[in-house]
Design a protein around this ligand. Structure first.
Ligand code: PBG
Length: 330
């Protein structure tokens, strides 16, 4: 890029001198339309349980979902993302609970689609909330078996679609799962159900608080590096995106968010598809703890979200979604 202008004729501070002109020339903005709120669900009745690792975030029993969905509706957040905290006694080696039409996700989907039909619902496709080992796939001969896992994930996706899920979001990082899921959805006539592929999901250290929230942390004895991406790579990320788009993904997720802004920007430039950033639990907890301790002010939340928009994301999955929407006073 050629550098245009020189001092003193050019003074960049002219465009910063007051808030109206800063607003006028701002290159990125956020609105409620850019936000996706993750919601954790738990068993039981009349429960709203704070999550220790994520101050300000709760687990809701299905009958209490209205409490938070009422806010989602009021502040016009377009979509939520559901995550179950499955009781230990329902977990097994294969994650069979994922295919139970009465599991937490299915019950929540029925409840939400009946009572809040205009809120978009996205569901994770992966087995980690349901397995006794906390991995996203099934173990066969001591490794996560790609193709056997896909068979279960395809059934899990069909079940979610049947219960009313709008956006199927495979977060498992098995090769070839998008094609299998798209094929199965089309065959069963769920042609309008979208796939948001977690195409670029790194084996990250920032997922810790989430794993506590869904109850997989203590179960997980090994890392997920044999299926999630190596955080030293970016060419690999573009290969992942290319493959998933070819297989039929409608949108692409990059996860975590802030350490991977370079990748968000490149995907946007290279593929021209909707890219969604996931500001994960570790990022949330870092900022939230620092705000609670008054080391950071609240505007740091907005700054972190704008960074995704600036990089090229069209939307952000963030535990701050409601807080932000309230601040924006829509
Ligand atoms: C698992 C899944 C994870 C997250 C979303 N889906 C964790 C993992 O891969 O271990 C993390 C989200 C967060 O940290 O906020 N399929």
């Amino acid at each position: 890029m050629k550098i245009i202008g020189s001092f003193p004729k050019t003074r960049l501070r002219r465009l910063r001198k007051s808030s109206w002109i800063r607003n006028l020339v701002s290159e990125s903005n956020i609105s409620n339309n850019d936000l996706i709120l993750p919601i954790f669900i738990r068993e039981g009745k009349n429960k709203i349980e704070p999550i220790k690792s994520m101050p300000g975030v709760n687990r809701y029993s299905v009958d209490k979902l209205s409490k938070i969905l009422g806010q989602v509706k009021k502040y016009k957040i377009p979509m939520i993302s559901l995550f179950p905290n499955t009781p230990d006694k329902k977990k097994d080696f294969l994650g069979s609970e994922a295919l139970n039409p009465n599991n937490l996700i299915c019950r929540s989907l029925r409840f939400i689609k009946k009572n809040f039909p205009n809120i978009g619902v996205m569901c994770d496709v992966a087995l980690d909330p349901y397995t006794t080992h906390g991995h996203d796939g099934v173990f066969i001969k001591n490794k996560i078996d790609n193709d056997e896992t896909i068979k279960i994930l395809t059934k899990q996706s069909l079940l979610q679609a049947k219960m009313g899920c709008d956006v199927i979001a495979p977060s498992d990082m098995m090769d070839g799962r998008v094609a299998a899921i798209r094929k199965a959805l089309d065959k069963e006539n769920y042609k309008d159900v979208s796939i948001l592929s977690y195409a670029v999901k790194f084996a990250s250290n920032f997922y810790g608080p989430f794993r506590e929230a869904v109850g997989s942390k203590k179960k997980l004895k090994t890392d997920k590096k044999s299926y999630q991406m190596d955080y030293r790579n970016n060419f690999e990320a573009y290969r992942e995106v290319g493959l998933d788009l070819k297989e039929g993904a409608d949108m692409i997720m990059v996860k975590p968010g802030m350490p991977y802004l370079d990748i968000i920007g490149e995907i946007k430039k290279k593929f021209h598809v909707p890219v969604i950033a996931y500001q994960v639990s570790g990022e949330y907890s870092l900022i939230k703890h620092a705000i609670n301790k008054k080391f950071l002010n609240e505007e740091s939340i907005i700054e972190s979200i704008i960074s995704f928009k600036r990089a090229g994301a069209c939307a952000i999955v963030t535990y701050f979604a409601l807080e932000i929407a309230k601040k924006l006073k829509i």
